[in-house]
Ligand binder design. Structure first.
Ligand SMILES: [Zn+2]
Length: 244
């Protein structure tokens, strides 16, 4: 993995800011993994993409996560602290695709959803519609008693079984935190979106760095490049000298 300079990271942030989430993820990964092509990253399964994002995030901002959640039973707010290893799925063997499922007279063959698939889901708000469209993209063949059938004709239990198999084959795609409410003792699994978290963190970092560059440029007249090339601790000392 390539260590990104502050200037490179700012460029990812600036170019990614107005892009959709799936593109933001690819832009960050492409910068950190220049040996990978855009197409190879776009065709990674979502779990694999999330695993790469976790590693990139660890290199940039460390392995500790801080967040909040709300108990669905009593409404109490929780502060959460967890680490990369708490949410990293156990490494699995590379999944042999296509995946297959045989249940209740159906034989279904499918592949895992990728960033490329997610990019085509933009503009659809309804989660159920997105799930159906994704399934249609990832379904390679579906047969009943050997006869070809369509996604629309698949019964709900087969659709659920396919989605469950996808989840098991690509465990990092849906990161879940096991939480217990200190107020009422309720246990639940909360989803954790690594991409939203990392982008928010990158956004806060970029705005802070730009503010620091502004203070130092105003005080000393140094260029943006000079400021960005300075090691953070030295920049910190200069900031202290000008009372920031
Ligand atoms: Zn509670």
């Amino acid at each position: 993995m390539h260590a990104l300079t502050p200037a490179q990271l700012l460029e990812v942030w600036e170019l990614g800011m107005r892009q959709a989430n799936d593109q933001k993820a690819l832009m960050l990964l492409r910068a950190a993994l220049p040996e990978e092509t855009w197409a190879s990253l776009a065709q990674c399964s979502i779990g694999r993409r999330n695993a790469l994002l976790l590693s990139v995030r660890e290199g940039l901002f460390g392995s500790q996560f801080i967040g909040t959640a709300r108990c669905p039973a009593c409404g109490e707010g929780l502060e959460l602290t967890f680490r990369t290893e708490d949410i990293r799925a156990a490494p699995t063997m590379k999944v042999a695709e296509p995946l297959t499922l045989e249940a209740s007279d159906y034989q279904v063959s499918f592949r895992l959803p990728t960033s490329e698939d997610l990019a085509l889901m933009r503009g659809y708000e309804d989660a159920e519609v997105v799930a159906r469209l994704l399934l249609a993209r990832c379904l390679l063949s579906a047969r009943r008693y050997g006869e070809e059938t369509s996604v629309e004709a698949l019964p709900a239990e087969i659709v659920e079984a396919v989605e469950e198999t996808m989840g098991q084959a690509d465990p990092q795609a849906n990161i879940r935190l096991s939480l217990t409410c200190p107020g009422c003792g309720h246990h639940w699994l909360a989803g954790f979106d690594i991409l939203t978290y990392v982008w928010k963190e990158l956004d806060a970092w970029a705005r802070r760095v730009l503010r620091e560059v502004h203070y130092l440029a105003s005080a000393y007249g140094w260029s943006e490049t000079d400021n960005l090339n300075m090691r953070p601790w030295r920049r910190q000392i200069y900031l202290e000298m000008i009372g920031r």
